[in-house]
Write a protein that binds this ligand. Structure first.
Ligand code: SER
Length: 603
């Protein structure tokens, strides 16, 4: 088996699939562009959903990439050997092109050939879908593994909970998968030991999903016109297995980070369980924070949505760093090591290095200022307790006055054998804030893009709004993010102050003028250079491959975008701004509705 480095594994993977006719596409942003249901890109397939549902991709039908992903639903597990909030996913896609035969043959070749990973054949096991009332048993994949010479006893038929992927939300592309496992030297845990148990004998390294269906709102699986392949190999986990390390933190991706933490704190990683856990939490959380702030759709700490998750990651890292005795400002010094390690692969981090460190220092400072006071408050509240529970009002007070995310209050409580009335906290929080972070948390566990007509129209409205803002406020205005639900759009953009009433009225008027003009919406594919030459706006960096889609709406808007859109601007009927507010430093947020709506809501 090849002992490899992270850089080598990324390159090998892309090179292998390039040799098999795949175009390498850059990682998309960590912030989904047009998906109201999730806060972060959680899997390699996520930015490709429109193409998995049938839109043609500008660079072709065979794609491969390394996608940045963030999953925070298991944040409390971070600290053990394998959980991470940020990871990279190696993937290859067939958009209605090849299917099971090629996908399985290539997976086998990449895993076992000495030219590639060279894993001994008898150290690999596989699982395939056993079938249920909705979809048949996947005998085809079973046979394809057998054809590669895999003995039947190393191919396991497993149920939906193990061998089905997607949709990540309620609707979207999905299908059976076949998973690949390294067999460790752990003895089987019993006669039924299989990749489905978590005893540690089988470690999953790759998943080939055969996306044959689109799950629609009533739960029916509708066969896709052309079935796709979506595969995902977690870089950190695979690297850990290939190099025989006990945890992902011992791979070359983390060693320099842990060394820096040791240097800053004088503590030794691995000296005891608690120290090890704190090192891992700091390393993981700072790494994720660096990627979020340094993303082309950069996130900054705030009290809602992605900004709230970022705040929580930084504050948790600060707390665990302080436990280790780290000096003030340590987070930014750890960020330096992370940026240096990754900027070759993700140049956006190098470019944003100063901004990343500044944001980390600011948030650390904000938190340090309130932490001691808040901890004293917490201790007072804890000492007043008659039962073992911190009530919701106290938890909310700690949040509101001392900036304690509920998770930190809960963690402090746990450390003292207490619990927190989180439901009570959330009730007060929701009453106090228009958008509670509880809602945000549900969303980031949730699903994928809603490709309805209304979403497409709202998406079109963001382009018109973007263009109007630039006309009224100047061309320095740039989109920083957007979020669309079935009812409204939200648009974040760079601008240093509150907009005046007149400016808002003018922006609204311009958008309505564009709607009334009923411009046809034209989509053309071209290279990034051509798009730039034509004066298209949009995120040019590390989002798409060489060829991009440019949407033009009359003479009003020309923007690089993945779509989908309305076909004429008149479909939007009318446009109304409901609110303009600060989103984070230097970023404003507009919330708006359109007249065309399935439920009659809107302007
Ligand atoms: N979508 C699958 C996963 O995330 C394969 O890429 O595991």
């Amino acid at each position: 088996m090849r002992s490899t480095t992270s850089n080598e594994l990324r390159s090998l993977y892309l090179e292998f699939f390039q040799e098999h006719g795949h175009a390498v596409i850059p990682s998309a942003s960590l912030i989904p562009e047009n998906d109201p249901t999730v806060l972060f890109t959680t899997a390699g397939m996520h930015p490709l959903v429109p193409y998995l549902l049938g839109s043609p991709h500008p660079v072709g039908k065979r794609l491969t990439d390394v996608q940045k992903c963030v999953r925070t639903s298991d944040i409390d597990e971070v600290g053990d050997a394998s959980h991470l909030t940020f990871f990279e996913m190696l993937g290859n896609w067939s958009l209605g092109d090849y299917f099971k035969r090629e996908a399985i043959a290539w997976s086998w070749e990449f895993l076992t050939s000495d030219r590639w990973l060279g894993i001994p054949q008898d150290e690999l096991a596989f699982s395939v879908f056993i079938g249920d009332e909705n979809a048949p048993r996947d005998d085809v994949s079973f046979k394809l593994w057998r054809d590669q010479g895999v003995p039947a006893e190393r191919i396991f038929y497993l149920p939906k909970e193990n061998n089905w992927w997607g949709p990540a939300g309620l609707t979207g592309p999905c299908g059976p998968d076949t998973e690949m496992f390294i067999i460790t030297d752990k003895e089987p845990c019993g006669p039924d030991c299989s990749p489905a148990c978590s005893c540690g004998r089988y470690l999953e390294i790759w998943n080939d999903v055969f996306m044959q269906y689109n799950k629609i709102a009533d739960g029916t699986l509708v066969p896709l016109p052309a079935p796709n392949v979506d595969t995902g190999m977690g870089l950190e986990r695979t690297l850990c297995v290939l190099t025989g390390k006990k945890s992902v933190y011992e791979t070359d991706l983390f060693v320099p980070i842990l060394d820096k933490i040791a240097e800053l704190t004088g503590k030794v990683y691995g000296s005891d369980e608690e120290t090890t856990k704190a090192f891992r939490i700091v390393a993981d959380h700072v790494r994720t924070s660096v990627f979020l702030i340094g993303d082309p759709r950069g996130v900054t700490p705030s009290n809602v949505d992605q900004g709230y998750v970022l705040r929580r990651l930084i504050r948790r890292a600060v707390r665990h760093g302080m436990k280790l005795g780290a000096p003030e400002g340590f987070i930014a010094r750890i960020a330096d090591v992370i940026i240096a390690g990754y900027c070759g692969v993700y140049p956006e981090l190098g470019k944003a290095a100063d901004f990343i460190k500044e944001q980390l220092l600011l948030e650390e400072g904000r938190f340090q200022r309130t932490l001691q006071q808040g901890t004293r408050e917490f201790e007072k509240a804890a000492s007043r307790l008659t039962g073992g529970t911190i009530d919701g009002l106290t938890a909310f007070h700690l949040y509101d006055t001392y900036g304690f995310p509920i998770e930190i209050t809960a963690e402090l409580a746990r450390e003292r054998g207490l619990s927190v009335d989180e439901a009570g906290f959330r009730e007060r929080f929701a009453a106090h804030q228009e958008r509670s972070h509880a809602g945000a948390e549900q969303r980031f566990k949730g699903g994928l893009v809603d490709a309805s007509d209304q979403t497409a129209r709202l998406h079109t409205a963001t382009h018109l709004l973007h263009a109007a803002l630039r006309r009224v406020l100047g061309n320095d205005v740039a989109q920083k993010g957007s979020n669309i639900t079935a009812e409204r759009l939200r648009f974040d953009f760079s601008f240093g102050r509150k907009m005046t009433k007149d400016e808002l009225a003018e922006v609204e008027r311009l958008v309505n003028e564009s709607i009334q003009a009923d411009h046809p919406i034209d989509c053309r594919e071209m290279t990034v250079d051509e798009a730039r030459g034509e004066g298209a706006i949009g995120l040019f960096e590390s989002k798409y491959g060489d060829r991009v889609k440019v949407y033009t709406m009359g003479t009003v808007s020309k923007e690089i975008c993945g779509g989908p859109h309305a076909s004429h601007t008149g479909e939007l009927v009318s446009f109304k701004i409901q609110k303009e507010e600060a989103s984070s430093a230097g970023v404003r947020r507009i919330r708006a509705v359109i007249g065309a709506s399935s439920d009659g809501a809107g302007a």
